[in-house]
Design a protein around this ligand. Structure first.
Ligand code: AHM
Ligand code: MG
Length: 336
């Protein structure tokens, strides 16, 4: 029976990526190996996040343990796990992490052809109240293995090979694109495997939700202010849109991908480049949005056309349903 087959023939993330890569003989399994190391990092963090509340309760977090060493904060721990997993994969070359001021250049003996930019634990201010947090990553290929420089990661987002995030929420979900659509996998804790649960995610063409930190409204520019005003008081007879804002980018983007709508982190009077970081927040999420049929815009250009000049650069960002992003683009065009 088809139903039985479904239950005993699960599509794990490894199997899925191997299938995808078989169409691309050049990658010869290297990408699958890299991804399996990223997946390991995600499982480690998922398990640590699940225990975070418990650790606090029994007095582990933020205090010195029996060995007299201070317990590492979850974001520092996550960073170490990912750096070690990525280096030991033997497939990476340059690593950029939100937690580290400088890029990590992998020892030549362990070098491979991929560069990974990541935020090991985004939204970490939400940990203590149990709200969803996540890991975000984007993957590039180096140009020349014998001559590796920062330029290998200071590339426009459209050059990325793959991007994804893992959300540590009521369930643990990994969303991935290798450039041919977007797929979502849910961690089955009893198997320790990510199983394909959301094949070929497409974002609704138009949404009913907007997502922005309205506390910053006083400092917004005109297009952002006009857009949000239209969401609340539409003039075309359509119903007002709902506001949803978690303050955890992975969770806000995950909802946007599945339900449609738009997520905004605009520039404001105090922060001309907004808050979110280009290499490991804006680019991976923009890549996924486009792959799911949505759009991503900086207020000036397509987000994936942006060329970063420093590894921790920031950019304003508007991303989500195709039609919703068209609206904000029109407002910026009017102003120009
Ligand atoms: P963080 O790197 O300090 O965790 O900040 C990133 C987070 C994103 O997850 C989220 O979209 C944004 O900051 C929310 O910012 P704000 O609190 O200004 O609304
Ligand atoms: Mg972050």
């Amino acid at each position: 029976h088809a139903e039985d087959a479904h239950r005993t023939d699960l599509m794990t993330i490894t199997r899925h990526v191997l299938n995808e890569q078989s169409r691309n003989p050049e990658s010869r399994g290297d990408f699958t190996i890299l991804l399996s190391h990223i997946v390991f990092g995600c499982k480690f963090v998922a398990s640590a996040v699940n225990k975070a509340g418990l650790a606090k309760l029994i007095g582990l977090a933020g205090e010195t343990n029996v060995q007299g060493e201070e317990q590492k904060k979850l974001d520092v721990l996550s960073n170490e796990v990912f750096i070690k997993a990525l280096v030991s994969s033997g497939r990476t070359c340059v690593l950029v992490s939100e937690e580290d001021e400088e890029a990590t250049f992998v020892d030549p003996k362990l070098r491979g052809k991929y560069c990974v930019c990541f935020d090991p634990l985004d939204g970490s201010s939400n940990i203590d109240c149990g709200v969803s947090i996540g890991t975000i990553f984007g993957i590039y290929m180096i140009k020349d293995k014998d001559n590796v420089t920062l330029e290998d990661v200071l590339q426009p987002g459209k050059n990325m090979l793959a991007a994804g995030y893992c959300m540590y929420g009521s369930s643990c979900t990994l969303v991935l694109s290798t450039g041919s659509g977007v797929n979502g996998f849910t961690l089955d804790p009893s198997l320790g495997e990510f199983i394909l649960t959301h094949p070929d995610i497409k974002i609704p063409k138009k949404g009913k939700i907007y997502s922005v930190n309205e506390g910053n409204a006083r400092n917004w520019d005109t297009p952002t202010a006009t857009f949000v005003e239209k969401c609340k008081y539409p003039k075309d007879g359509s119903p007002p849109r709902s506001l949803r804002y978690i303050g955890s980018m992975v969770a806000d983007i995950h909802r946007t991908l599945l339900y449609g709508g738009i997520f905004l982190y605009p520039a404001d009077g105090k922060n001309p480049n907004g808050k979110l970081r280009v290499l490991y927040e804006v680019f991976p999420m923009s890549f996924l949005m486009e792959q799911a049929g949505g759009q991503s815009f900086t207020g000036k250009e397509r987000a994936l056309d942006l060329v970063p000049t420093k590894i921790h650069d920031r950019s304003p960002i508007f991303l989500g349903s195709y039609d919703d992003v068209e609206e904000i683009k029109a407002l910026y065009a009017e102003q120009a």
